[in-house]
Design a protein. Structure first.
Length: 503
C-alpha cells in the first residue's frame, strides 16, 4: 500500500467510474439490508447437510479475491467468522447480474444466495443463484496474499506498517485477520472477569470520570474546565477513592471496569487512556486479595483459553495458584545483590549511583528502593509473582504493616517483566491518611509531578468510619497483552493514542 497520505487516487478514479456505471444500470450501491442465513463457518460445519438437502444459503461479506474466467468468476469473501469461496456463472445469475459483478472490486461488500458444493480441489463453495451489491468501496484495500506451504499459511505483501495500522485500525482489522482475534479474546477476558466477580456477589458500579479532585494513584492528570460551573475538573486517574466511599456507605464488595487517564509518556506498556478493573472488599486484607487475584487470573485463562498455561514471547507461563510471594527488599537483593533492607539513605544513594540512577531531591529511601527495583528487578521476573511489603513512603493509601511500621501491606502482581495488578490493605485511619496526603503535597511542592493531592471529602468519609478493607486494580490492557502473547499495549487497544502527523 502507498505511504500514509496517499489514497491511490488513480484507483479511486477507476472505482468512481464503476460506481457511476452501476448507478446507470439502476443498481443501488448502498442498500439498507441483506437477509443473511449463514456465516462462512456455519456453511463449512454443516456442509454435508446443506449439500444433501440442497438448501439455499445467503452469505455476505467483503470481497478479498477475484479470479475471472470468461463467463465465470471465482471469488472469495470474508465475513465476521471466516472466508468462503463463491462461484459466479453467467448462465446461473443472468446477464445483468453478471455484468454487475464484473464492476465489483476487492474491498466491496456483496451478498450471495445459492447452493453449496465442493470444487475439484475439495474447497467448499457457494454457487451463486443471485447476488446483490451491498457497499461499493472507493479506496483500494491493501492486497494481502496467502498461500499454504507444507500445511502453513504464508503471507505476502502484508499490511505491516505499525504506525499506519494503528492510525487506520479499520484497515488493519479488514486485512489482518489475527488482529480481530486479539480483540475478540480481549472482549472474552473482560466478560469472563465480570461474570466471575458477579458470581462472587460483588456489585458492579460506576463512579465519576470528571472529578473536582484527582486521586487514588501517583500520576499526572488531564485537566479541563467546566463552563457552567466555572471550575477546573480532572479526568480520573483511578477509581479508588470513590469506590472506597461506597464501602463507607455500606457496600461489602464493589468493582468497576473503567477507562482511566494519566498524562504520562507512551511506551510498549503505557497509553494515556487505559482500562482498569478496580475491586474493593470489606472485612479482609491483602492476603485475601492476593488469593483472589491469582485465582481470578487463573480462572480467566482456563475459561477463555482452555488452559492455565499460556505462552508469552517464548516463555511458558503457568497461572495456576499459588504464586510466589517475594518482598521488594528480597527481590532487589536476589537480582542486584544489594542489601537494601535496613540500609541508610547514604548507602541507598551509593547503590543508586553505582546503578547509574539519577536521584531527585524529594526522594526518600523508599523511593530510591522502588527505582532500583523498577530499573533492575521487575523486568527480570518471569513467572507470576507477588512483590509484597512496599515502603510506606511510596504507598500513601495502603495500611502499614503492624510488625514493620515503615512498610505497608501492599502487593503488585508481576509476570514476564511487567505489573498486571496492584493491591493492598486499605488505610482506614483518617488521621494517618491525612498526614500521608500532607507528605505527598510537600513532595509536590519540591517538584514531584505525580504526588497525590489532599482530598478533604475523602478524609471526612474515613472519619465516618470505613471497615477493614482490601482493594485491587488489574490492568485490562496488560492482562490482554500477556494472555494473547502481544508485546505492545497499542496492539490490544483498538484506537491507541498517536503523535500528530507531521506531513
Amino acid at each position: 500500500m502507498d505511504n500514509e497520505g496517499s489514497y491511490g487516487s488513480d484507483l479511486r478514479d477507476v472505482k468512481l467510474e464503476k460506481l457511476n456505471k452501476l448507478k446507470e444500470l439502476g443498481v443501488d450501491p448502498y442498500p439498507t439490508r441483506f437477509d443473511r442465513t449463514h456465516y462462512s463457518t456455519e456453511i463449512i460445519e454443516k456442509f454435508e447437510q446443506l449439500e444433501k438437502s440442497e438448501e439455499e444459503v445467503a452469505i455476505a461479506g467483503r470481497i478479498i479475491a477475484v479470479r475471472k474466467m470468461g463467463k465465470a468468476v471465482f471469488s472469495h469473501i470474508r465475513d465476521y467468522k471466516g472466508k468462503m469461496q463463491l462461484y459466479i456463472r453467467k448462465d446461473q445469475v443472468g446477464d445483468d447480474k453478471f455484468e454487475i459483478f464484473k464492476l465489483l472490486d476487492i474491498g466491496d461488500f456483496v451478498g450471495i444466495k445459492g447452493k453449496v458444493f465442493k470444487t475439484r480441489t475439495e474447497e467448499i463453495t457457494v454457487l451463486a443463484a443471485d447476488l446483490q451489491l451491498l457497499t461499493k468501496s472507493l479506496l483500494p484495500l491493501p492486497v494481502v496474499k496467502e498461500e499454504e506451504v507444507d500445511g502453513k499459511i504464508i503471507t505476502h505483501d502484508a499490511f505491516a506498517d505499525k504506525e499506519l495500522r494503528y492510525r487506520r485500525r479499520y484497515l488493519d482489522l479488514a486485512v489482518n485477520v489475527e488482529v480481530k482475534d486479539v480483540f475478540v479474546k480481549r472482549a472474552k477476558i473482560v466478560s469472563t472477569m465480570r461474570k466471575l466477580l458477579e458470581n462472587k456477589n460483588f456489585i458492579e458500579v460506576e463512579t465519576p470520570v470528571l472529578q473536582p479532585i484527582y486521586g487514588g494513584a501517583s500520576a499526572r492528570p488531564f485537566k479541563t474546565f467546566h463552563n457552567t460551573l466555572g471550575v477546573d475538573l480532572y479526568l480520573r486517574i483511578a477509581d479508588e477513592l470513590y469506590l472506597k466511599r461506597l464501602i463507607v456507605g455500606g457496600f461489602d464488595g464493589v468493582f468497576e471496569i473503567s477507562k482511566d487517564f494519566r498524562n504520562e509518556g507512551i511506551d510498549r506498556i503505557h497509553n494515556p487512556e487505559f482500562t482498569m478493573m478496580e475491586l474493593y472488599v470489606a472485612y479482609n486484607n491483602y492476603e485475601y486479595m492476593m488469593e483472589l487475584t491469582e485465582n481470578l487470573v487463573a480462572d480467566i485463562a482456563k475459561e477463555v483459553f482452555g488452559t492455565m498455561e499460556l505462552e508469552f514471547q517464548g516463555n511458558k507461563i503457568n497461572f495456576a495458584p499459588p504464586w510466589e510471594r517475594l518482598s521488594m527488599f528480597d527481590a532487589v537483593k536476589r537480582y542486584t545483590g544489594f542489601k537494601v533492607e535496613g540500609a541508610s539513605i547514604d548507602e541507598l544513594k551509593k547503590y543508586a549511583d553505582d546503578l547509574e540512577i539519577e536521584i531527585e531531591d524529594f526522594w526518600g529511601p523508599g523511593k530510591i528502593v522502588e527505582e532500583i527495583y523498577g530499573e533492575y528487578v521487575e523486568g527480570k521476573i518471569v513467572r507470576p509473582t507477588f512483590i509484597i511489603d512496599y515502603p510506606a513512603e511510596i504507598s500513601p493509601l495502603a495500611k502499614r504493616n503492624p510488625e514493620k511500621p515503615d512498610m505497608t501491606e501492599r502487593f503488585e502482581a508481576v509476570v514476564c517483566g511487567f505489573e498486571i495488578a496492584n493491591g493492598y490493605s486499605e488505610l482506614n485511619d483518617p488521621q494517618d491518611q491525612k498526614q500521608r496526603f500532607l507528605e505527598q503535597m510537600e513532595k509536590s511542592r519540591l517538584g514531584d509531578e505525580e504526588a497525590q493531592v489532599l482530598d478533604e471529602d475523602y478524609i471526612m468519609a474515613l472519619e465516618y468510619g470505613m471497615p477493614p478493607t482490601t482493594g485491587l486494580g488489574i490492568g485490562i490492557d496488560r492482562l490482554t497483552m500477556l494472555m494473547t502473547d502481544t508485546t505492545s499495549i497499542r496492539d490490544v487497544i483498538l484506537f491507541p493514542q498517536m503523535k500528530p502527523r507531521t506531513e
